[in-house]
Design a protein around this ligand. Structure first.
Ligand code: G3I
Ligand code: 9MR
Length: 566
């Protein structure tokens, strides 16, 4: 006998206890059901997608196959980006912690998922720990890295100055820091974005990650493991500043090397380029770091601020030094020729850290870059990082500026929510570029700040929906976080994962995701011509399946934010 509560106007049955066995709870998950493979908070929105299937209802079943909840599917429309007819299932009303699957009909069940209070803690820890696995110049010891232990690579103690650095000869000692991505380069611009987004999180919630939470070498030193991990990058970044305040663009070889372990690498490494983007992004990240580490390490905080101010001064004197790869260099470019957003971010952080009026004057006189927009490239997301810091410190701003920033931010967030409603999967994106997963996560980050400043739960619903996409509710059916979820990416374009002889990739990485431009189409055969499916889980796919620091950073922010507010 079924005991059910029918809520007014709601098309579902909530069972008082799970009963009436329906099916074997095991068996292969259907490719047609797309769901967050990790899980949902008891109080959060809970949705999944069923594609290209005619069905009316669904059940939430427990590990014994008992029915815990029944609901009706709603027709969500055709998504051109994936070429699918989409039905949505909503079981938000079911709040009992446990482990479940969705059941549609005999033989058609979803991947398992959890409902639980701390459902994003494990992925948060993994996403941060991935930075540890990216550390250059030191071994990954078994007691911290388990089966992913490896030797030290890239000591970077004698890196040759490339002529583009402005130096005519000699070498630089520039050890440490994280590898940028699947390659072994170290790039200042992307380093700055990455530490910036993660420091944003610590600034909001200093205790979000505790000491000894991640089992890294610094665990137990009394400092948050997240700050210890970020510090490893900041210390490297500091070595990239020239005596005149300008900052070198990157430290790489001239070409990408093969798929070998870090310790097997022997290409000569160079200090390449020196420019306005690197200097300003460095200034911003260092000024922000100076605030966050003020009480933890005052000496470091002082040095960081001094180096930030020097980099700012250099940039004012050299406001348009564009970095382009020299002819003999083929590693990642991170090229940019518009610096108004970089100036904005640096001025914002320097003002918030120092309170000095010249930085505020700069912000007030340069409102033009204050265009709040959904960006789809790291190049422009920089300005949002500045907005986010300012929004977190509204009390330090002129009331008119504070209210204009707040208004524009909420307008942008509302625009994102409207976009999500119009897309059958309830995700914020329907065009897909290199690193599209980070676009989804960066939108989620914008929504987190909208929630922070307004308290309106609708923004949190948007955050959850975007995170669901990353963790499995997407047109590829993959959980895009390595090592998590039952169908996760197995072959990322990540040199250690490709070379270590271990079947499972190094865990905790967000891969780039669908990329309609398919710049690697010569090396990779794509099964679908649909933009939302332009993804292949093969090692060769650098355009859809690479990992990258600035794709993990917003994941860390969003997962950390969710763990704090739910
Ligand atoms: O902005 C244009 C857009 O207008 C156009 O419609 C579209 C069509 O292809 O292209 C867009 O630009 C693309 C841009 O990414 C979008 O963000 C470029 O074609 C594309 O080449 C560019 O890719 C960059 C890639 O390096 C290649 O340079 C990625 O943004 C960038 O994240 C990635 O970064 C690499 C580093 O260089 C090296 N380390 C790994 C890292 C991750 O792959
Ligand atoms: O492996 C490289 C990856 O780390 C870069 O992000 C990517 C983009 O510049 O390039 C990859 O290298 C490819 C190169 O660009 C083209 N030939 C194949 C290389 C991958 O094996």
């Amino acid at each position: 006998m079924k005991s059910s509560i029918i809520l007014p106007g709601a098309l579902f049955f909530m069972l008082l206890s799970c009963n009436s066995s329906v099916t074997s709870p095991t068996g292969e998950a259907s490719e047609l059901i797309r769901i967050n493979q990790l899980g949902y908070y008891p109080q959060s929105v809970k949705e999944f997608v069923l594609v290209d299937t005619e069905a009316e209802g669904f059940k939430v079943i427990d590990h014994e196959g008992k029915t815990c909840f029944e609901g009706l599917l709603s027709r969500s429309g055709r998504w051109e980006a994936s070429g699918e007819e989409v039905m949505l299932g909503d079981f938000s009303a079911y709040e009992t912690p446990g482990s479940y699957r969705i059941y549609i009909e005999p033989g058609m069940v979803s991947h398992p998922f959890e409902i639980g209070e701390k459902v994003n803690l494990a992925p948060l820890n993994a996403a941060i720990k991935s930075f540890y696995f990216q550390r250059a110049s030191m071994p990954i010891e078994e007691r911290y890295g388990g089966i992913y232990a490896r030797g030290a690579g890239h000591m970077d103690d004698r890196c040759t100055f490339h002529p583009s650095s402005g130096k005519e000869g000699g070498t630089l000692n520039s050890p440490g820091g994280w590898y940028d991505a699947g390659d072994y380069g170290k790039y200042t611009v992307n380093a700055a974005i990455t530490v910036g987004q993660m420091l944003n999180l610590v600034e909001l919630f200093p205790d979000v990650v505790k000491d000894a939470q991640l089992n890294i070498p610094e665990s137990g030193n009394g400092v948050s493991d997240l700050l210890d991990e970020i510090r490893y990058e900041l210390d490297w970044m500091a070595t990239m500043q020239d005596a005149d305040g300008g900052v070198y663009h990157k430290l790489t070889a001239k070409n990408f090397g093969g798929f070998i372990m870090p310790e097997a690498y022997h290409l000569e490494r160079f200090i390449i380029g020196k420019g306005t983007a690197a200097s300003l992004d460095f200034a911003a990240a260092m000024a922000l770091a100076s605030r966050v580490y003020k009480d933890i390490d005052p000496v470091f905080a002082g040095e960081s601020l001094a180096s930030a101010e020097k980099a700012w001064e250099w940039s004012l004197a050299h406001p348009q030094v564009v970095y382009r790869n020299p002819q003999d260099v083929n590693t990642g470019e991170y090229g940019d020729d518009q610096f108004s957003d970089d100036f904005f971010w640096a001025a914002a952080e320097l003002y918030l850290t120092t309170g000095t009026v010249k930085y505020l004057d700069y912000l007030m006189d340069n409102q033009e870059p204050c265009i709040h927009q959904i960006t789809n490239s790291w190049k422009y997301f920089i300005r949002n990082t500045g907005f986010h810091s300012l929004l977190a410190h509204k009390e330090k701003l002129d009331p008119a500026l504070a209210s204009s920033l707040t208004g524009k931010h909420l307008e942008l967030a509302d625009q994102i929510l409207t976009g999500m409603e119009s897309i059958p999967y309830h995700v914020g994106l329907d065009h897909f570029e290199w690193g599209s997963n980070s676009d989804v996560l960066n939108q989620a980050m914008i929504l987190c700040y909208a929630h922070l400043i307004s308290g309106d739960p609708k923004y949190l619903t948007g955050v959850i929906r975007n995170m669901d996409y990353i963790l499995g509710k997407n047109a590829t059916g993959y959980c895009f976080l390595t090592g998590s979820g039952s169908k996760h990416v197995m072959n990322p374009h990540h040199r250690p994962s490709g070379a270590d002889g271990i079947e499972e990739p190094v865990p905790g990485f967000i891969v780039g995701g669908p990329n309609d431009a398919r710049q690697d189409r010569r090396e990779v055969k794509y099964a679908s011509d649909r933009p939302a499916k332009a993804f292949e889980d093969v090692m060769a796919s650098y355009a859809s399946n690479e990992v990258c620091l600035n794709w993990n950073a917003p994941a860390v922010f969003v997962l950390g934010y969710l763990e704090q507010v739910f």
